[in-house]
Ligand binder design. Structure first.
Ligand SMILES: *Cc1c(COP(=O)(O)O)cnc(C)c1O
Length: 392
């Protein structure tokens, strides 16, 4: 059976060049980067190089990049680190209703510690209202944390405008850019962002490596205390093979950026166009244009997203319903509900997320397999029968 992987926002395959770059650091290059002797010095040189490659992808300075254990750790560090360093100024944090759980659940934890959180709402396309943000900032606001590009819908937030509002009010701005890095241009010399989180495995490294951009001069306490590694910002002997892998992945993302962007967007648009042409009662979730080039979230009304997912899986197609982190629980996506859509729309949502290994044949296969699955599922769906009968 043909296998088609369309779940790249959940995780990506490791790029062969990334794996190759990592291998020596499992074998001969085993030194501790903090050691003064030859074994440490050699590794330190490659560690610095990896930092340069990550910074180059986003036009940051290498000293502004630290490596972490994953995107979730980076998000936790941003929120808890700012909260503990700036609590003399206040205990108010602003976020949105459409964050990844790495941010949302961390904010909920902070509420338990006595911090006050404002959750900004979004419009039907998933965008926050900058005016609401401006009105929500108070003298005791210490942090604004807003996702750069949504993992479920691909909607890209007005990060430039959000950053300018925060600058104007003297409030730190963190963005979870795990889905944005490598997929859309990010220039941190012009973008008014203070802290930015990213993750390797969404960018073709193995799982278990992340990074954080921390703008020069930003006060932020560490999440993990111990040695002096990572400019005193993240203790623990560096995970060198994975750091080298992330450096390589960023180098490749920068090198192949234009071509990947064009190919991904072309395939995604072809998939979207085909679905809307061939299948009735479908609804796009997310912004039509201000969206990641690889992401397509569609509600197939009157069917359960979960059954659709399982039926596609039987045909070898891997997609996701809601976000991968909530699958297994029957909850409808908090992101799609926050966009003002009904539970019916939210529960019938499927996310297709493409990667650079996908081909036109993959898209054609999905467009061939999907319509009969929907016909079958709808033919046994009572809500479909009722809805279509009442229309005639
Ligand atoms: C995957 C993801 C994370 C978590 O990153 P991990 O490296 O898996 O911990 C955080 N935020 C967003 C938007 C993500 O897509």
């Amino acid at each position: 059976m043909r296998r088609v992987y369309l779940d790249h926002n959940a995780t990506t395959p490791v790029h062969p060049e990334v794996l190759e770059a990592m291998m020596p650091f499992f074998r001969d290059q085993f030194g501790n980067a903090s050691s003064i002797h030859w074994a440490g010095r050699e590794v330190k040189k490659y560690l610095d190089e990896a930092r340069e490659k990550v910074s180059a992808l986003m036009n940051a300075d290498p000293q502004e990049i630290i490596f972490t254990g994953c995107g979730t750790e980076s998000d936790n560090m941003a929120i808890k680190g700012v909260a503990s360093t700036h609590q003399d100024k206040g205990r108010h944090i602003i976020t949105s209703k459409v964050e990844h759980h790495a941010v949302l659940h961390t904010c909920q934890f902070m509420e338990g510690l006595g911090y006050e959180i404002t959750y900004l709402s979004v419009d039907r396309e998933g965008l926050i209202d900058p005016g609401e943000l401006r009105r929500s900032i108070r003298p005791d606001t210490i942090l604004v944390t807003i996702i750069f590009a949504n993992n479920e819908t691909g909607t890209i937030m007005p990060v430039q405008e959000i950053g300018e509002i925060c600058r104007g009010k003297g409030v730190l701005f963190h963005t979870d850019a795990v889905q944005a890095v490598g997929k859309i241009p990010i220039d941190l010399k012009t973008l008014p962002v203070d802290i930015l989180s990213l993750s390797g495995h969404k960018l073709n490294t193995p799982k278990g490596i992340g990074a954080q951009f921390i703008r020069k001069g930003t006060r932020l306490s560490p999440l993990i205390h111990g040695g002096a590694q990572e400019h005193h910002r993240r203790a623990g002997t560096e995970n060198i093979p994975y750091i080298i892998g992330l450096g390589k992945a960023c180098e490749i993302a920068r090198r192949d950026f234009a071509r990947r962007h064009e190919v991904l967007q072309g395939l995604r648009d072809r998939l979207q166009e085909g679905i809307f042409r061939k299948i009735p009662h479908v609804e796009l979730n997310g912004h039509p244009t201000q969206r990641l080039p690889n992401t397509l979230n569609v509600s197939f009304l009157y069917v359960e997203g979960e059954s659709l997912l399982l039926n596609m899986d039987l045909e070898g197609i891997a997609v996701s319903s809601g976000s991968a982190c909530t699958s297994g629980s029957p909850d409808a996506s908090h992101v799609i509900l926050a966009m003002g859509k009904s539970a019916l729309v939210a529960q019938s949502a499927i996310r297709f997320s493409l990667g650079w290994t996908n081909t036109g044949e993959d898209v054609d296969y999905v467009l061939e397999v999907l319509p009969p699955i929907l016909e079958r599922l709808r033919s046994i769906s009572p809500i479909y029968q009722k809805a279509t009968q009442s229309k005639t």
